[in-house]
Write a protein that binds this ligand. Structure first.
Ligand SMILES: Cc1cc2nc3c(=O)[nH]c(=O)nc-3n(C[C@H](O)[C@H](O)[C@H](O)COP(=O)(O)OP(=O)(O)OC[C@H]3O[C@@H](n4cnc5c(N)ncnc54)[C@H](O)[C@@H]3O)c2cc1C
Ligand code: SF4
Ligand code: SF4
Length: 429
């Protein structure tokens, strides 16, 4: 039998480098399909044919999971080198009180997207929302009004692939605003850098800060903790929002037709005790948690934490490009977001753990290299400096030794293969 060579996208998935952004499937949807794998996440599957091979060769050019070029980002000083470009920063919230309440932090992401629609700068917003049939999953949509944006407000701590809308954005008659995690935005930026038509159709990119996307098994564990009966039909699942940071809570109907809300648990418990343990390995070697390739990024200003679980929301808003800064200033001027300026070093104050994470990524990638595992071909990534200067000796050693242990415990040398044959709740038990 002739030796069939693994195509480049399948190789990225097999070797734990895929982030699940969906850009490859968005570029060649006839040959690459995104699939929800309960353990490995939402990942692309390439049609096994010579056309599939060719499509994969083409698609690898937009894959930031395989590597991103940080050295192409303008860096004026050490701060930009560490966090990506930070032109200006604000703390604030949506002035629309419903958006602020439903939003994950202060609803800034949704408010800015709505501003793009209402000011005529965009004809649609590409983002993700809960899948109506099975709210454990996410689907990528292009919203064109406030209702669509509001329905999707609130972070979903689960696998999602908004960059699978790449083709629709490219073919759209109107410019489209894009919202995604840093890895989703990185692939969109990579694609736009080689495709002027796509670049022209991207009205703005907005990245939400991200520490890692848990898998479907993690969602099922969360539903167990929320005491949602296994025979129930899930009708809604919220991870954040309805106050800051919000509760994790589900709604469901029982076979007798009765409707129920589950208990709600604090975000800190849901993330800290259940979800974060199930982040994929790719997230543990991700160095861009704040959306360096975006025009605008939004996150939580944890340095001014909420008083309880359901406080009035606040967002951290970062302008990363001149276009992003113009849009934010116009939105402030239009009264869409209520803000106070923050100093450019606010990311480090808001999320001090991120510098440790960045340093640890260098140690983890070193462990991968030492054991012969492929690592993403990122260029200009500032991870060695934080490893060298920011981590204690113990943390330096831990970043390498801990990763070596995980590599063997998680059998990371084993090739990842994607299966979606049974994603019913409870199937993993
Ligand atoms: C997996 C994950 C990890 C996170 N980790 C951090 C963190 O480490 N630090 C931090 O400050 N904040 C983190 N967040 C929260 C998020 O970055 C902030 O809440 C951000 O400020 C967005 O709030 P907002 O009120 O401005 O946005 P909203 O107005 O609530 O809008 C959120 C937008 O994000 C989109 N979205 C939601 N979930 C996803 C997803 N899984 N993938 C792609 N797009 C999505 C929605 O479609 C919506 O348009 C995380 C969120 C997720 C989903
Ligand atoms: S483009 Fe995105 S989904 Fe496709 S292989 Fe790369 S990281 Fe994975
Ligand atoms: S941690 Fe990085 S790779 Fe993982 S989902 Fe978030 S941005 Fe993507």
């Amino acid at each position: 039998m002739p030796h069939v060579q693994t195509d480049p996208i399948t190789h990225v998935v097999a070797s734990q480098m895929c982030t699940g952004c969906g850009a490859c499937a968005g570029l060649v949807p006839d040959f690459i399909t995104m699939v929800d794998d309960p353990l490995n996440g939402r990942r692309p599957v390439v049609q096994q044919s010579s056309d599939g091979q060719s499509a994969s060769q083409k698609a690898i050019s937009v894959c930031a999971g395989a590597g991103a070029n940080h050295s192409e980002l303008p860096a004026r000083d050490q701060l930009d080198q560490t966090w990506g470009p930070v032109l200006a920063a604000w703390e604030g919230h949506a002035t629309d009180s419903e958006i602020r309440h439903r939003g994950s932090s202060g609803g800034a992401g949704t408010a800015l997207a709505l501003f793009m629609l209402q000011s005529g700068k965009a004809g649609g917003v590409a983002h993700i929302t809960a899948n109506k049939q099975d709210p454990r999953l996410n689907q990528s949509v292009i919203s064109s009004d406030r209702d669509g944006l509001l329905a999707a407000a609130g972070s979903r701590y689960a696998q999602a692939s908004p960059a699978e809308l790449l083709g629709r954005i490219r073919n759209s008659d109107d410019p489209i605003a894009f919202i995604g995690k840093p890895c989703d935005v990185a692939s969109m930026a990579k694609a736009a850098s080689i495709d002027p038509v796509l670049a022209d159709h991207l009205a703005v990119t907005i990245a939400i800060f991200c520490a890692g996307a848990p898998n479907l098994n993690a969602t099922d564990k969360l539903l167990d903790r929320l005491e949602v009966p296994i025979e129930a039909k899930l009708t809604d699942l919220r991870y954040r929002g309805e106050g800051w940071p919000g509760l994790m809570q589900a709604s469901y109907t029982m076979p007798d037709g009765s409707a129920h809300d589950s208990l709600g648990i604090p975000y800190a418990e849901g993330w800290g005790r259940i979800l974060q343990a199930e982040r994929r390995w790719r997230c543990r070697i991700c160095a861009d948690h704040t959306g360096e390739f975006a025009d605008i990024s939004v996150g939580d200003p944890w340095h001014n934490p909420p008083e309880g679980d359901l406080d009035d929301g606040q967002s951290l808003i970062i302008a990363r490009t001149a276009k992003g800064e113009r849009i934010i200033r116009a939105a402030i001027e239009a009264g869409v977001i209520n803000t106070t300026p923050a100093s450019r070093d606010v990311i480090a104050r808001a999320q001090p753990n991120l510098l440790d994470t960045r340093g640890a990524v260098w140690g983890r990638r070193l462990a991968m290299r030492l054991t012969g595992l492929p690592v993403p071909n990122d260029k200009g990534l500032s991870t060695f400096r934080p490893w060298m200067t920011h981590l204690s000796l113990k943390a330096k050693l831990q970043s390498v030794a801990g990763a070596l242990k995980r590599i063997f415990r998680l059998k990371l040398h084993r090739k990842v293969t994607i299966r979606s044959d049974d994603i019913c709740r409870g199937s993993a038990r």
